[in-house]
Design a protein around this ligand. Structure first.
Ligand code: ADP
Ligand code: MG
Ligand code: ZN
Length: 482
């Protein structure tokens, strides 16, 4: 008999903080350009004998902002420790990290997952989030290796979740939310191609109904959301088969082989003891001054959850509110457009999601680089909402400005775009269309109401898209139902 198992998942995420300098020296942070190896280095971040670390304020501030976004208890008192291991990319032989007293204590975030029509929400606990320095980067070639120290000493925030996730989809949603929050408060750019967000996945199984957790494996250093999902699926299947065959999961660290789509054992799990953690003697405890902390808190933007709630109160559904808060820039754009009360939130939401984000995605642009600013879109939408121009004409104006710039009102005037709402004119066009399409008329009279579409289309072509669609449909129906 096979047992039903439930996965238990916890993630450790490293995000590179977007501060100007490294964590313990004034070298520039984030010089990842492979054509410029070892250009952003100094005696401190290359671990020369006799140098001392000096904590930089920028990274601390971003760590606090990140902690506040994660709902963490920010600790006014935290400390640094040394974590020892030997590797050529770690010249000091230890990494400076936070161990027993991290800057951010427990917190929690809400994730959203499941199908669009039936979104589910769940709270996931954050165990803590601590500061640490990054190691350098080695590249291995045939017979030799090269080391680039540009990354050495760059500031990382390690965000450790509680084992609250129960499926690969929940893990994916958690990652999405962490990335949204970190970018929202400008703590990190989270560019995964540049290695600015790296994930270690912990996963175990337990029989459904059992409270006690099973033995876990840790899969290290995943650098895409897809790899996280794929590795979890693989590992859940592997552990299920192992347990059902009467075997035991060995606690170990595994690697994801993305060519073969499998995980492979790397080493047996190391213990805290193996790292010989001890307090960093060269750094005093990090004490956040109360006034400083208050200043950082005051500068925090409204968080996505609050914005989503506001947007839903204004009439959007959960899915639309989620899309329009996928970044702070998008949310602000939406707010700017809907500040014009002549525009409904639904209209603004449709245009931003379909037209604006559609074009931006197609051209791989961020909203900050949009050729159509929020006031310009608002001007177009105001004309559409008031019936001055049709939606289709609105889109034409949008496309013209996208390509060549200009003002919506001027374009509408210059191209003679107006919507025809004149009853007499609409009726004349309608009668012409009815006379030209006896088959559609007969179908309609037999009860096929959709046949009216052909007549609407004919008038639209005749009027070059200028006929007011709502009034036209009414006029046609009136004439046909006579
Ligand atoms: P370590 O210090 O060895 O890395 P932690 O106890 O700090 O271990 O946990 C690391 C991560 O593993 C956390 O995200 C936690 O939620 C997760 N985790 C702990 N126990 C389990 C388990 N039995 N199954 C799955 N994940 C777990
Ligand atoms: Mg770990
Ligand atoms: Zn340096």
């Amino acid at each position: 008999m096979t047992t039903q198992f439930e996965p238990v998942i916890g993630l450790e995420i490293h995000v590179q903080l977007a501060s100007k300098t490294k964590l313990f020296c004034s070298c520039p942070n984030g010089v990842g350009d492979e054509t410029k190896p070892n250009t952003a280095i100094c005696p401190r971040c290359t671990g020369q004998p006799g140098v001392l670390p000096v904590l930089t304020e920028g990274a601390v501030e971003l760590a606090v902002k990140a902690g506040l976004a994660l709902g963490c208890q920010v600790n006014e008192y935290s400390t640094f420790s040394r974590k020892h291991y030997f590797y050529p990319d770690l010249p000091k032989g230890y990494q400076i990290t936070q161990y027993d007293k991290p800057i951010n204590g427990a917190g929690s975030i809400e994730i959203t997952f499941g199908p669009k029509e039936n979104l589910q929400k769940k709270n996931i606990g954050i165990h803590h989030a601590h500061l640490e320095e990054d190691a350098s980067k080695s590249s291995h070639f045939d017979g030799y290796s090269l080391i680039d120290f540009n990354r050495s000493g760059c500031p990382l925030l390690e965000i450790v979740s509680m084992p609250d996730l129960r499926s690969p989809d929940e893990a994916y949603a958690y990652l999405t939310e962490i990335k949204r929050l970190m970018k929202w408060v400008d703590a990190s750019n989270c560019d995964m191609e540049k290695g600015e967000l790296r994930v270690d996945v912990n996963v175990s199984l337990r029989p459904v109904g059992q409270e006690k957790f099973g033995t876990r494996c840790e899969i290290k250093n995943l650098n895409s959301f897809k790899a996280v999902k794929d590795a979890l699926h693989y590992e859940i299947t592997r552990q299920t088969e192992l347990l059902n065959a009467g075997g035991h999961v060995v606690q170990e660290t595994r690697l994801w082989d993305k060519e073969k789509n499998i995980t492979r054992p790397m080493r047996s799990k190391e213990d805290a003891l193996d790292y010989r953690y001890f307090p960093e003697p060269d750094l005093p405890p990090l004490v956040l001054k109360h006034d400083w902390l208050e200043r950082v808190k005051v500068q925090m933007p409204e968080l996505p959850a609050q914005k989503e709630a506001k947007f839903m109160a204004a009439g959007l559904n959960a899915y639309d509110a989620g899309v329009l808060t996928s970044s702070l820039d998008i949310a602000r754009y939406f707010e700017e457009v809907t500040a014009n009360k002549a525009i409904s939130v639904k209209t603004a939401s449709n245009w931003i999601q379909t037209d604006l984000l559609g074009m931006l995605n197609a051209e791989k642009k961020e909203i900050a680089q949009s050729p159509i600013s929020a006031p310009v879109l608002a001007e177009i939408l105001e004309m559409v909402e008031s019936g001055k121009i049709t939606r289709r004409q609105g889109r034409e104006v949008f496309d013209k400005i996208w390509a060549n710039g200009g003002s919506p009102k001027a374009i509408v005037e210059a191209s003679g775009m107006v919507q025809v709402s004149d009853e007499g004119q609409l009726e004349a066009w309608a009668q012409e269309a009815i006379a030209a399409a006896p088959k559609a008329v007969a179908d309609y009279k037999k009860g096929n109401k959709a046949a009216i579409g052909a007549l609407v289309g004919a008038v639209m072509r005749k009027s070059k898209g200028k006929a007011n669609p709502a009034l036209l449909s009414k006029t046609l129906a009136r004439l046909l139902d006579k």
